[in-house]
Design a protein around this ligand. Structure first.
Ligand code: SF4
Length: 268
């Protein structure tokens, strides 16, 4: 399956919400750049990690926005590799919102069962497809507000779709991004929306999507729950490695939120 790459820079940046989806906000005092992480330090860290993980991109396979939306919904509490094993069969039978909207959720359950939470995910997929048919002419909308209004679509999923299918800057925060950026001293919070706000303040919009992809890859390969600091390109700048006390959140809040794919995640 072809993985679609899009231009990473467009003028329509999607900032974290303060009072509603897409609204501009600032990080709460004391939560910006935990250990003296100025934009210059943050830039140096990201430069180093992008050098270590060149061409980082989502590892989900897709060829259009609908497929990426479906794959991202299925990826909750599941590996991208497992999702990529599941979606070819799914997309061959139900390639668009029209065909998926006509189903009853139970029809999808045997196909998506390997990704876990299959009843909830089947309901989300059919509900999402029906909403696309009812409200968007069967097309995936290219706005955060419209995406998070779809069943099963939270802020992280919406930002993944915006950044990778439409080239609209967004910074998805998952458990890897939370762990890595807290250790680095860029963020001091286990709240995904707070972390997104802090990181969007530290980096320009044209770097958001790639920053998220890079932190995710770093969290999967190097800065794992047991970090391999001797292999890390950013260790000289890392608060955790320098013993300054920035540690990973024990139970990132995004994990519990992301574990409920059928629930609409509203910005706090
Ligand atoms: S130095 Fe260690 S803790 Fe810091 S980002 Fe690298 S792997 Fe993670």
């Amino acid at each position: 399956m072809t993985k679609t790459r899009v231009a990473r820079t467009r003028s329509t940046a999607v900032r974290p919400a303060a009072t509603g989806p897409g609204a501009r906000s600032s990080a709460p005092p004391g939560q910006r750049g935990a250990i003296g992480a100025t934009p210059a330090i943050a830039r140096g860290i990201l430069d180093a990690l992008e050098g270590q993980h060149p061409n980082a991109f989502t590892e989900l396979n897709f060829s259009n926005a609908f497929e990426l939306l479906v794959a991202t919904i299925l990826s909750a509490q599941c590996t991208d590799a497992r999702v990529n094993q599941t979606t070819p069969t799914l997309f061959a039978q139900y390639p668009d919102a029209s065909t998926m909207a006509a189903l009853e959720p139970e029809t999808l359950e045997p196909i998506v069962q390997p990704t876990g939470f299959f009843r909830m995910k089947s309901r989300s997929l059919v509900g999402m497809a029906r909403a696309l048919m009812a409200d968007h002419g069967g097309q995936v909308p290219a706005s955060l507000e419209a995406l998070v209004a779809l069943p099963g679509v939270g802020r992280k999923t919406a930002n993944v779709v915006l950044g990778h299918a439409f080239g609209i800057p967004g910074l998805p925060v998952d458990r890897h991004v939370l762990r890595v950026t807290n250790r680095l001293g860029l963020v001091k919070s286990d709240d995904a929306v707070v972390a997104e706000t802090v990181l969007c303040d530290l980096y320009p919009p044209e770097r958001w999507t790639l920053a998220s992809d890079t932190f995710i890859l770093h969290g999967r390969r190097i800065c794992r729950p047991t970090p391999q600091c001797d292999r890390c390109a950013a260790r000289q700048m890392c608060a955790y490695a320098r013993g300054l006390g920035a540690s990973a959140p024990r139970r990132p809040r995004t994990m519990t939120a992301a574990a409920r794919p059928a629930r609409k995640t509203r910005p706090r």
